[in-house]
Design a protein around this ligand. Structure first.
Ligand code: THG
Length: 261
């Protein structure tokens, strides 16, 4: 499973401050430590407060690229900021994200084709996030069809069924799990799947156990990638163990150490 580390996001105080101070050492330290912890890609999000969203995205990606060699998951609702991030990443990137709204897909799918990179498609359209798994699959199918039309291989699409805080929306995790299990039937080759895992525990008290438990449940449904806290060692151990139990790694008694190496 691909770990997309979540920490370079202006929503975190220290990152928001580093952006305000233009202090690239904070960003580069986070980039290095997250990759050392096991991240295979870095989510890059300027956060809610940055003034120059486009310039800040380019600066964050450039700063991280100077110290690590993994794809940058360029996370912005603004297509101009996504383009700036892709330029700075020289295409070594994942677009995060498009919705199924035509005005979004018309701009972002050609970008994915032009840069030959993967793209995350949220199961979200003008009506918002669907209530249940079937509704999510309808939107996912529209995303798959649009990718085919735009010449994007279906396995370059990551379907994100949108996990939301369980304390406010207790029915969502079950519907998201059901949706994950259905994604493999959408196309051949099937689209991949991804979650913004930490959403599930926002505002909750026992955050880590919620994140860890849901990650394992999602892996059992075939989850391919997660934007998540790469610094949570116990969560990475749970992830490796879940993959082992699904026979995705060869068993040895010291499997955690072996896999981390
Ligand atoms: N899908 C996709 N991309 C996403 C999301 C998604 N990107 C953003 C987000 N959701 C995933 N990343 C995070 C990052 C941080 C948190 C949650 C999700 C988080 N932050 C603390 C909080 O809100 O409590 C910040 C406070 C702090 O610690 O300073 O939980 O779903 N495709």
């Amino acid at each position: 499973m691909l770990v997309i580390a979540e920490r370079i996001n202006g929503m975190f105080k220290e990152v928001g401050q580093a952006i305000a101070d233009h202090d690239e050492s904070v960003i580069q330290d986070l980039a290095r430590r997250q990759v050392e912890a096991g991240a295979g890609a870095l989510d890059i999000n300027v956060g809610p407060t940055a003034e120059d969203v486009v310039g800040t995205m380019a600066w964050l990606v450039e700063s991280a690229r100077q110290v690590v060699d993994v794809p940058m998951c360029v996370d912005s609702a603004k297509p101009e900021a996504v383009r700036a991030g892709l330029e700075a990443a020289e295409g070594h990137a994942i677009i995060n994200s498009t919705t199924a709204e035509p005005e979004k897909m018309d701009v972002l799918l050609p970008l994915a084709a032009e840069y030959n990179c993967s793209i995350i498609g949220l199961t979200l359209d003008a009506n918002g996030v669907p209530r249940d798994a079937d509704g999510r699959m309808e939107v996912a199918l529209a995303l798959v069809a649009a990718c085919m039309e735009a010449g994007i291989p279906t396995d370059n699409l990551y379907i994100d069924p949108v996990i939301l805080p369980v304390n406010a929306l207790p029915q969502v995790p079950g519907e998201v799990l059901k949706a994950l299990g259905m994604c493999h039937a959408l196309a051949d080759p099937p689209p991949q799947t991804v979650l913004g895992l930490s959403n599930i525990s926002q505002g909750a008290v026992y955050r880590q156990i919620l994140n860890r438990t849901f990650l394992v449940m999602a892996i059992a449904q075939g989850l391919d990638a997660a934007i998540m806290d790469a610094f949570d060692e116990e969560m990475l151990d749970a992830m490796i163990t879940a993959e082992l139990l699904l026979n995705q790694h060869v068993y040895c008694d010291d499997f955690l150490k072996a896999y981390r190496a």
